[in-house]
Design a protein around this ligand. Structure first.
Ligand code: NDP
Length: 454
């Protein structure tokens, strides 16, 4: 049941930020009967829809055709001189982003959520001031402002781009240098490489994708190198200079300078919390500027909550959506406290090939549980065998030593994220290796390896 605010405040809920978390919370709160408004300074949909997961995945699909076209000859197909036109893909992707932006806007409107297309700041405990100067009051405030790319403060950094700009490039650069070794670096390395760019990843350590199991990271590195992606490790960015020929000269520690056509910074994301008036109203921020919240997404102020990337808990869209839903149900629904379980969250990296994982890595499990058992399948998918593509997949299951309860599954190979979603249910439910063994395989698939592990 909604708060029946009418009179004292303009709205029951005011949400700042119309990304995944903010839109879900606002829509659900409105469905519970609350009077809701939302402010968004850029575009409704947020990072995931406008310049993140969704357009990125479309580029991944577009990029993968390069390999399919290479492999198709072995399957009997002749395709004369395939041509790739970046602007066609780019414009189709951006058109779909427009469609989704419209769909998200309509969802809010259909729930009678008032949308303010402008920046909002807190100017009092219950008061929000919009960029236009309009002042609004609300009983509850939700901060869902997301995060933005972090760009190291080196000389010439303004000549680089981030993932935000990558979707709008005029042309695919011939030579790309990507700074960072995480999700975005590895995903865009795969995309640019398939489109024909010469890609170099530079990373400050020698560890890619730090949170993933070492066996998967090693396999991705090995396959990426075979595909032609170069890596420079222990390379800290020093600066970028423009050369007379218009190229970018990049200097870094421990390695020679490099000339490239594009520098992409993929060095993490920082919460978008500056200039929101949070400190003024007493909302506590952490060291990275993240909003400190409890299990129920409540900030240090009782009626102000925060969800999604700006809280820097788990920077993933489905997590922000769950946090937004839980908040709206708790405050405007039945009123029971609802905490999102941040354990055992499956995740994926849409690299070429993709990675997917859930639960503990082998080293985390060893450290936390002591006695563990690890089962592994290292195989060449049937499609790769016929195509003559020497690219092996790796599936790994980590179990608790005493009872064989599965504590982690880790996969790299075609469609790994699609397979993982179902496997993650089993891990979350606490199933054991014996439960997988008891399940009959679907043959011939890649996923059957999960029930045939020895
Ligand atoms: P990540 O945290 O994945 O990786 C950041 C990389 O940059 C790491 O290699 C890190 O090194 C390095 N780095 C961090 N700070 C600096 C610095 N100051 N100088 C040089 N290198 C630095 O961040 P991304 O930017 O790739 O992605 C941001 C977040 O977005 C991800 O954490 C993820 O939550 C989300 N995301 C999720 C995707 C998905 O679900 N498929 C796709 C894209 C993004 P080190 O390891 O040493 O810290």
């Amino acid at each position: 049941m909604a708060d029946k605010t009418s009179g004292e405040y303009d709205y029951d809920l005011f949400t700042i930020g119309a990304g995944s978390g903010g839109v879900r919370a606002s829509r659900v709160a409105a469905a519970h009967g609350a009077k809701v408004a939302i402010a968004e300074e850029y575009r409704v949909g947020g990072t995931c829809v406008i310049r993140g997961c969704v357009p990125k995945k479309m580029l991944v699909y577009g990029a993968h055709f390069a390999e399919d076209l290479e492999d198709c000859a072995k399957f009997g197909w002749t395709v004369e001189k395939p041509q790739f036109e970046w602007t066609t893909l780019r414009d189709n992707v951006l058109a779909d982003v427009d469609r989704l932006n419209q769909a998200y806007t309509e969802t809010l409107e259909n729930h009678e959520v008032t949308i303010f297309d402008e920046r909002a700041e807190l100017t009092g405990p219950h008061e929000i001031t919009l960029a236009s100067g309009k002042i609004i009051t609300a009983k509850h405030i939700l901060i869902a402002v997301g995060a933005r790319p972090h760009v190291p403060g080196c000389d010439g950094h303004e000549m680089g781009i981030t993932s935000n700009e990558a979707f709008h490039l005029d042309a695919i650069p011939e030579r790309v240098l990507i700074a960072g070794g995480g999700y975005i670096a590895n995903e865009f390395a795969g995309i640019f490489n398939e489109f024909g760019s010469k890609v170099t990843i530079i990373n400050r350590t020698d560890t890619l994708l730090r949170s993933y199991d070492h066996a998967l990271r090693d396999r991705l590195l090995q396959i990426s190198m075979i595909k032609g992606i170069d890596f420079r490790f222990h390379a800290e960015f020093r600066g970028i200079e423009k050369t007379d020929s218009g190229c970018l000269k990049v200097s870094m520690t421990n390695h020679d300078d490099m000339e490239v056509d594009c520098v992409l910074f993929a060095t993490g994301r920082v919460p978008n919390t500056e200039g929101l008036g949070l400190e003024k109203v007493g909302v506590e921020l952490g060291k990275k500027g993240e909003i400190v919240v409890d299990r129920f997404s409540k900030t240090s102020i009782d009626h102000i909550h925060a969800v999604g990337d700006c809280t820097d808990r788990v920077q993933l869209t489905p997590v922000a959506i769950r946090e937004g839903q839980a908040f709206a149900d708790m405050i405007f629904g039945k009123g029971d406290p609802v905490a999102v379980d941040h354990n055992c969250i499956p995740s994926a990296v849409f690299s070429h090939p993709p990675i997917a994982a859930v639960g503990l890595t082998e080293s985390q499990a060893r450290e936390q549980l002591g006695s563990i058992k690890v089962y592994q399948s290292d195989f060449r998918p049937m499609k790769n065998v016929l195509a003559g593509r020497n690219e092996r997949s790796l599936y790994k299951m980590v179990c608790e030593g005493d009872n064989d309860r599965i504590v982690g599954i880790h996969m790299i190979g075609p469609e790994a994220p699609e397979i993982m979603q179902a496997a993650a249910v089993a891990v979350k439910a606490g199933l054991s290796k014996a439960d997988f063994d008891a399940t009959v395989a679907i043959h011939p698939t890649m996923a059957e390896e999960l029930v045939l592990l020895r």
